[in-house]
Design a binder for this molecule. Structure first.
Ligand SMILES: NC(=O)c1ccc[n+]([C@@H]2O[C@H](COP(=O)([O-])OP(=O)(O)OC[C@H]3O[C@@H](n4cnc5c(N)ncnc54)[C@H](OP(=O)(O)O)[C@@H]3O)[C@@H](O)[C@H]2O)c1
Length: 337
């Protein structure tokens, strides 16, 4: 059967924020399968802040998407046709795919997985996927938080940040989240965060002082810029800073000023460590197993923000940068089986 595909291709590199002309929706026909290949119908496409990094040609942790290439993205799909026993028809698959309706893939390109009854499929794009692993390793391995320590999380109501704060609470920490809306701060308090600060309406440094009376032992940084400076101002001796993301600067053109309070890394003998979640790939089963258990015990909540239609991907990705996403952002490309 001949199927029509639609692919979002990178037309030009964004200048500042992503604008819709940066990507172009191109129709094509899906090629016939060769031996060893499978045809995947994408169901969910993950939209992530790193999409903006991949669209640029800055020095980064993997090759940028080239002009004319189909945009890269995490996908979750179902095998529709197969000439490869590793991909039985009807199996669910996930991995690093592309912004398109269908993918024809060789052996080992995607991982197959089972969805336990009662767990929504969308969880595998968030808490039980890369997002969960990012929160788990970025907090526990990089920062080793101890009971009673104070942990500050930025972009705290986002996909990664909301999990980080809840894991820190499970570990017995005092947790303060920073987010950009009152509704998000209320949600964080309902999750058990000890305090939540709206950086758009409150003085972050002054409110952090109030909510972190014993100083800050762990910073889980998703944002950078002035918000990071406020945390650095209050770090304790031997503080640990997990540098997960710097979303405040992904749209910047040219160099951005470094943190003004960098000197406190020296004064407080602190440690800053950047990481990319894939560094921990061999240990993903450990993270996913533990996160699934916490979920089953009702100790981990999450939200998903699902936008319908592949055609809406370029406008939807902007939600990550204006803060209008509430939870893990993804596109529903087609119906769940
Ligand atoms: N190192 C890794 O392997 C890895 C893996 C996944 C994600 N990350 C990083 O983790 C961070 C969060 O990603 P996510 O997928 O969980 O997205 P997310 O937090 O669900 O969405 C991004 C959020 O960032 C906040 N934001 C956007 N621009 C901002 C700015 N200029 N200043 C302050 N806050 C801003 C917005 O929330 P507000 O309403 O609060 O402003 C927005 O909702 C990103 O920096 C991402 O690059 C890193």
């Amino acid at each position: 059967m001949t199927r029509t595909n639609r692919q979002w291709k990178l037309a030009k590199r964004p200048e500042g924020a992503i604008s819709e002309g940066d990507l172009e929706l191109v129709p094509s026909l899906v090629a016939d399968l060769e031996d060893g290949q499978a045809l995947i119908r994408n169901i969910y496409l993950s939209l992530d802040p790193t999409n903006r990094i991949w669209m640029s040609d800055m020095d980064q942790y993997m090759p940028p998407v080239e002009i004319g290439q189909v945009m890269r993205g995490g996908t979750l799909g179902v095998v529709e046709e197969s000439r490869n026993p590793a991909y039985p028809e009807g199996a669910l698959v996930s991995g690093l795919g592309s912004w398109q309706d269908y993918a024809v893939v060789p052996a080992d390109f995607f991982q197959t997985f089972e969805k336990p009854a009662g767990v929504p499929l969308t969880a595998f794009q968030g808490v039980l996927g890369m997002i969960g692993a990012t929160a788990y390793f970025g907090l526990l391995d990089i920062c080793d938080p101890k009971e009673g320590e104070t942990v500050v999380v930025t972009a705290a109501a986002g996909a990664v940040g909301s999990l980080v704060g809840q894991i820190a609470k499970i570990k017995g920490c005092h947790v303060v989240g920073i987010a950009g809306a009152d509704e998000k701060c209320e949600w964080l308090r309902s999750l058990g965060f000890d305090a939540a600060i709206n950086y758009k309406t409150e003085n972050v440094l002054e409110t952090l002082k109030q909510h972190c009376p014993k100083g800050i032992d762990v910073v889980f940084e998703n944002v950078g810029g002035e918000i990071l400076d406020a945390s650095l101002t209050l770090i304790n001796q031997n503080a640990r800073i997990s540098l997960c993301g710097l979303i405040a600067e992904y749209n910047a053109e040219g160099p951005v000023p470094g943190p003004y309070m960098f000197r406190n890394i020296l004064m407080k003998r602190a440690r800053v460590q950047g990481f990319i979640v894939t560094d921990f790939a061999p240990r993903f089963p450990e993270a996913i197993g533990q996160l699934a258990q916490w979920m089953a015990e009702g100790r981990l909540q999450y939200r998903v923000d699902v936008v319908d239609g592949l055609e809406n991907a370029p406008s939807a990705v902007k939600k990550l940068f204006d803060g209008s996403n509430k939870g893990k952002l993804m596109i529903r490309v087609s119906e769940e089986p």
